[in-house]
Design a protein around this ligand. Structure first.
Ligand SMILES: [Zn+2]
Length: 590
């Protein structure tokens, strides 16, 4: 869209470069006070712009957090509450749509499958580069992320083309870098021994170099004086604090406090730092205002642009939540509010921290300051009662995609909790603080499975699958290990036990059906694939294996119908193609 006429009566529009750094803690960056950091590019950006000392993610997960940034809504309001499952409903406006309507040229370059276009953030982008294929080694192996270098290469190409051919049109360019997500590497090719034993710091230094390439390009093109730059983390990483290794299960500064730097070269940037707590929900109205678009009245965020001129921001309540403990194991989900001084976390065993005196959140004051806790619980209740809750859309993903998500610990299989967080049918749900060790073991096993070390993974999984109540994913993963060990009897045992926890788990029905098929128990296999079809009407696997069962039972016409249906859904499903061709050949058909 060419929208130059939009600007006739106003100042020339500003380009907007929006960079999201996955899994990046604020306190691991030089300008946030971390001595060992090597982040010269971000440090210099903070010198040119404004650094928000206390910016909080609304969720410690990639999709929910990004969706809040792009919509100005809290996660229960936009309905994208977990990775790899929920999509953004069509009628919720996004930053890219609003800026596109204002005449902006829009492009996005994302590094992870969890931000694939099917989850809905592509809306409003002229170009949405979510192509991870350069990393693929085989056709059936889907990678869940790509190296930031490839993301930057694509963004540089687009920015160069835009500069050469459409420079009269402002751009909104979103670049997402996933490198700081685990597993971390030391990048010895870039930094030698500098980060030996500190791979997370190495990933952040690597990311800093990558964003520097974009900053250099803007300078070369002489548009750095008319490009607003926002750099923000989507959530942090616990790195072992509070017993959590990665992110997603708990709510503390380690996973909620992220870097946020905004540089607008057209503004004097009077303050260098803003200490007022802000939330990433505020980025939607900030980006819209920067691009001259109208902010919808029901937006839950507030624009941060006044802070760039030195106008103090009103103190606000920052809300965060995570469903992951519930989705993975039916343990209590968590909600929290962060104020200037306090953090209150609602869960089965609530937490209260005095952030001004205990920034590391080491001392839970819930028992010793009950009045303060009660007050904040009331604030949280009132806040949540004002949310306009809605669901995301259910996004279909293929078996290969699901496997890729599972390899990084995502994609539960359960339905979301109702908003009765800490109890289920009257009895309290287990608290993550008591269970985090089991989650860490699950993560470790998941990594081993990613490296095809199924024997070692099974050793870790067996005790937690057996002893930890309702640990759905441990049971599913142990079943998967047993399948890979060719022990289908035991695999079937674990998938059956997973169905006792969640009778609607599509993964459990899928893999139990497959195990029975391998054991020659065709009737039982057919039952589970039929149930899978009811839960997941688009399932390729259910049809493929129902086809195989029909074929083994001698009903060749029915088998062919199933294979044809698979190919209608996914023309690239080789197994169905080969089976169908073989059946047709046997019957003398072309
Ligand atoms: Zn993330």
């Amino acid at each position: 869209m060419v929208g130059a006429y939009f600007w006739l009566n106003s100042a020339p529009p500003v380009n907007i470069l929006f960079i999201t750094l996955d899994t990046t803690r604020a306190d691991r960056i030089g300008c946030y006070g971390y001595g060992p950091a090597q982040t010269p590019q971000l440090d210099a950006l903070a010198q040119r712009g404004v650094l928000f000392e206390r910016a909080y993610a609304p969720a410690p997960m990639t999709s929910p957090s990004h969706t809040s940034m792009f919509t100005g809504l809290w996660s229960p309001e936009h309905g994208v509450t977990t990775n790899g499952r929920d999509g953004l409903a069509e009628d919720i406006p996004t930053v890219a749509e609003a800026l596109s309507q204002r005449g902006y040229s829009t492009a996005a370059f994302v590094a992870a499958f969890v931000l694939n276009s099917r989850f809905g953030l592509n809306r409003g982008f002229d170009v949405y580069d979510d192509n991870l294929s350069a990393e693929q080694t085989t056709t059936d192996q889907l990678h869940q992320s790509r190296d930031g270098r490839e993301v930057i290469d694509s963004a540089v190409d687009w920015l160069t083309e835009h500069h050469q051919s459409h420079s009269s049109q402002p751009f909104f360019c979103w670049v997402h870098l996933y490198d700081a997500h685990d597993p971390y590497v030391e990048h010895r090719d870039e930094f030698g021994e500098t980060f030996a034993g500190r791979p997370y710091d190495a990933e952040i230094a690597y990311t800093d170099r990558l964003v520097g390439r974009l900053f250099d390009l803007l300078k070369q093109q002489k548009i750095d004086d008319n490009t607003l730059i926002v750099v923000v983390g989507d959530h942090g990483e616990s790195l072992g604090e509070h017993g959590e290794i990665t992110h997603g299960y708990m709510l503390h500064d380690s996973t909620l406090r992220v870097p946020l730097i905004i540089s607008d070269p057209r503004r004097p940037a009077l303050p260098k730092k803003v200490a007022t707590p802000v939330t990433l929900v505020d980025l939607f109205p900030t980006l819209l205002s920067a691009g001259g678009a109208k902010v919808p009245g029901d937006c839950s965020g507030q624009s941060l642009l006044p802070a760039l001129n030195g106008t103090p921001l009103a103190p606000r309540t920052c809300y965060s939540r995570t469903e992951e403990p519930y989705l993975q194991a039916f343990w209590s989900p968590l909600q929290c509010i962060t104020t200037e001084r306090w953090r209150y976390v609602r869960t089965t065993k609530p937490e209260l921290y005095d952030l001004s005196n205990d920034p590391q959140e080491l001392v839970n004051l819930f028992a010793t300051q009950p009045d303060q806790a009660r007050e904040l619980e009331k604030v949280l209740t009132v806040f949540e009662s004002g949310l306009k809750m809605r669901s995301g859309t259910n996004v279909a993903i293929s078996t290969e995609e699901r496997r890729a998500l599972e390899s990084i610990g995502y994609a539960g299989g359960t339905s979301s909790p109702t908003n009765s967080p800490a109890t289920d049918a009257g009895s309290p749900l287990p608290d993550i603080k008591d269970m985090i060790g089991a989650f860490n073991q699950l993560d470790e096993a998941t990594h081993l499975m990613g490296e095809e070390k199924f024997d070692a993974a099974a050793v870790i999984l067996e005790p937690i699958a057996r002893d930890v109540p309702n640990f759905l994913r441990a049971r599913l993963n142990l079943g998967r290990c047993r399948m890979r060990q060719n022990n289908y009897e035991d695999a079937a045992h674990w998938f059956k036990s997973a169905l006792e926890i969640d009778p609607h788990s599509d993964r459990a029905h899928d893999m139990l059906g497959f195990s029975y098929l391998k054991l020659g128990k065709l009737d039982l296999a057919a039952q589970h694939f039929t149930t899978l079809l009811e839960i997941q009407p688009e399932s390729e696997n259910a049809r493929l294996f129902l086809g195989e069962i029909a074929q083994k039972s001698g009903d060749l016409q029915q088998a062919m119908r199933y294979y044809e249906e698979v190919l209608q859904i996914n023309p690239g499903r080789t197994a169905a193609r080969q089976a169908l061709d073989a059946l047709r050949a046997a019957q003398g058909q072309p």
